[in-house]
Design a protein around this ligand. Structure first.
Ligand code: ASN
Length: 327
């Protein structure tokens, strides 16, 4: 146990991974504290913004028989899916509340958001990417009857407002970490995924962040069954937001709501349709309404704003893939 601990500490030091609180110098702790304070202000502003836009805040779901398959998604790198038996039923840790969002906007509230903790056991080799965690929170929201363009505009306005607010209210914290609030103009540029593939090849996701100086939208990304795909053109009505140097911050889309389409996409991708039988049944009965929504990675957002080397540097208790800290 002692040996294990020492190995972890050395690994953290050598690879420049976020340190646990009890291993930090006073200066490092000051910086962590400033980042957490800025993060708290970012959360408060983002929640207030969503409420002003007519979204109701709900509390998160952590265990459920149904969660996001995270498949097929070229960006997925799950090393293990966590399943546990409770009361004789298998439940999964929340990958994302996407299915809950589809059912929630159909039956409960037209617009809602959740600051949603997600557990995704990313591959250990993702420890040093600086942008992966095995526990993180996304601001996950959905709006019935909305379009992708409306959701993108809402996110642009939120980020713009956030930069103005945090920049003026958190001056001491920014000087403690020697960082400045990022500057950017809205609306952001929009890139077609196909164009990026032509320009940068298959690894465009790693290349693009090196070539942009402001956040940019990427549209038309083939991925999970719940994002809308035009049956004729096979164009996907979805998007990601990429940050300079850091990569993906937001994922979102217009959603599928029709039974046949969801079913055939699941079958085509080899997703176990039995796991989604409730959603399929509701869709078959015409009880799923079309919506659009997105998720904003909160640690990534805070890390971007506070110029943190690793997303774990904005967590009080870091959750870096492959490293199990004591707290
Ligand atoms: N939250 C994302 C969305 O709304 C889905 C995800 O996190 N995989 O599209």
């Amino acid at each position: 146990m002692e040996y294990e601990k020492q190995k972890i500490d050395e690994g953290i030091e050598k690879r420049g991974l976020p340190k646990p609180l009890h291993r930090m110098s006073e200066k490092e702790r000051l910086e962590r504290r400033a980042r957490i304070r800025i993060g708290s202000e970012i959360l408060a502003y983002a929640e207030g913004f969503m409420r002003r836009e007519g979204f109701v805040q709900m509390l998160p779901v952590l265990l459920s028989p149904i969660t996001d398959p995270l498949w097929p998604d070229p960006a997925a790198g799950i090393y293990k899916r966590l399943e546990v038996d409770i009361y004789g039923t298998t439940v999964r840790t929340m990958h994302s509340m996407i299915v809950h969002k589809l059912v929630g906007t159909s039956m409960l509230l037209d617009r809602f958001f959740v600051v949603s903790p997600n557990i995704r056991l990313e591959k250990p080799e993702r420890a040093s990417t600086g942008r992966h965690l095995f526990e993180f929170s996304q601001m996950d929201f959905e709006a019935s009857g909305a379009s992708s363009a409306e959701i993108r505009s809402l996110i642009e306005r939120m980020l713009h407002g956030l930069a103005g607010h945090v920049g003026s209210s958190m001056k001491d914290e920014f000087s403690a970490i020697g960082a400045e609030v990022p500057r950017f103009k809205i609306p952001f540029s929009v890139y077609e995924r196909e164009e990026l593939e032509k320009e940068y090849g298959k690894d465009w996701e790693d290349e693009l962040p090196k070539h942009i100086s402001e956040p940019a939208w990427i549209v038309d990304l083939p991925r999970e069954f719940y994002d809308f795909e035009d049956p004729e053109t096979h164009r996907w009505d979805n998007f990601d937001l990429y940050l300079p140097k850091r990569g993906e911050l937001v994922t979102g889309a217009l959603r599928e709501f029709e039974y046949e389409k969801m079913l055939s996409k699941m079958e085509g991708a080899g997703v176990k349709k039995e796991l989604y039988s409730l959603l399929l049944e509701l869709a078959k009965d015409g009880r799923i309404r079309q919506s659009a929504g997105a998720g904003i990675g909160m640690e990534r957002l805070i890390a971007w704003f506070t110029d943190a080397p690793h997303v774990g540097d904005v967590q009080a208790f870091p959750k870096v893939p492959g490293v199990v800290y004591e707290l």
